[in-house]
Design a protein around this ligand. Structure first.
Ligand SMILES: NC(=O)c1ccc[n+]([C@@H]2O[C@H](COP(=O)([O-])OP(=O)(O)OC[C@H]3O[C@@H](n4cnc5c(N)ncnc54)[C@H](OP(=O)(O)O)[C@@H]3O)[C@@H](O)[C@H]2O)c1
Length: 294
């Protein structure tokens, strides 16, 4: 189910839907991409508190809406506004240490929205004082230009309005899809979470091959990037299957057919992508296991 309906910004919105105190734990690549989207939706927040020891840009720090803290202890000491939502955006490997201070908070109304790969709701719940309100999401890096796609899973126990608020938070950086079960997140991580890197590798390979065919490096770079960009736009604007779009540009005996005869010989390209994604999915599951304490 896609959930990209326009946001409602009417005066009739329930009070809790506006004016939330959001805490962002970790403001690296993905955290800052989300933050960039949220600063354009000020009406949704009472305030945004960031816990990021490395700090944030002076530009973001200058906004009234945002305050950056070194730790949860510092936040609680300086800001008495009750916390409503916490977005967990640190690497899975440091999550255990990063969320430890939150386990002392007893407010069961706080929703924890985790974007970390691999870490299950069950694992997070165990390390967050047993809280039931955990939502998992898997965004991807095009979020940094507002063109992300995020898959989200929320347990049925979480109040609908709170799930919708999480969906809205993620819609600030692109489209959002609800998943029917949590197990699917590992496969989604392998597809859309890691997927932009596969496309970047394709652009890289095309650029290098173009250079070997005698095209100057800068020109080869531009041609490869614009080709990937243009094909991406076509995919989003033409409802045809990607296989149909491929067939549409492949004339019998032509140049594209010659190239595809190599890429598609005995399904080698399809098999390679499948093997790569299976490995990514397995790694996602392993990340969840790796961080488990002994
Ligand atoms: N990047 C992606 O494509 C992508 C896609 C989907 C999901 N995700 C998920 O998003 C999460 C963040 O990934 P990222 O790529 O944004 O990583 P990142 O750039 O390394 O950002 C994580 C940030 O958290 C900070 N941090 C470390 N320990 C902390 C602590 N105890 N308290 C507060 N902040 C702390 C890090 O600071 P230092 O650098 O100083 O350690 C860093 O600034 C990961 O769980 C990942 O699985 C990422």
């Amino acid at each position: 189910m896609t959930t990209n309906a326009p946001m409602q910004k009417t005066q009739n919105q329930p009070k809790w839907e506006r004016n939330q105190h959001l805490v962002l734990l970790g403001c690296g690549k993905m955290g800052s991409a989300l933050l960039e989207g949220w600063v354009h939706q000020r009406e949704k927040f009472k305030c945004i508190s960031i816990i990021e020891p490395a700090g944030i840009s002076a530009e973001l720090e200058a906004l009234d809406l945002i305050t950056c803290y070194d730790s949860l202890e510092q936040l609680i000491a300086q800001n008495t506004t009750p916390i409503d939502f916490v977005v967990l955006a640190v690497k899975p490997q440091v999550m255990l240490d990063a969320i430890a201070p939150f386990s002392k908070i007893t407010d069961e109304n706080i929703v924890f929205l985790s974007i970390a790969a691999g870490l299950s709701s069950h694992w997070l719940r165990e390390h967050l004082n047993g809280t039931k309100q955990i939502v998992r999401a898997m965004p991807n890096t095009p979020a940094s230009v507002g063109a992300g796609i995020t898959a989200i899973y929320a347990d049925a126990e979480i109040p609908k309005q709170k799930t919708e608020y999480c969906v809205d938070l993620l819609k600030a950086v692109g489209e959002v899809i609800m998943l029917p079960n949590e197990q699917m997140i590992d496969a989604v991580t392998a597809l859309s979470g890691s997927g932009p890197a596969y496309v970047f590798l394709l652009a890289e390979a095309m650029q290098l091959a173009g250079k070997k065919l005698g095209i100057p490096d800068e020109l080869s770079r531009k041609l490869a990037r614009e080709t990937v960009f243009g094909a991406g736009v076509l995919l989003t604007q033409d409802p045809s299957d990607s296989s149909t779009l491929r067939e549409n540009v492949t004339s019998k005996g032509g140049t594209t057919a010659a190239a595809l005869s190599v890429l598609m010989e005995e399904d080698c390209f399809l098999d390679l992508i499948l093997t790569a994604m299976q490995k990514a999915e397995k790694r996602s599951r392993e990340l969840g296991e790796l961080v488990l304490p002994n």
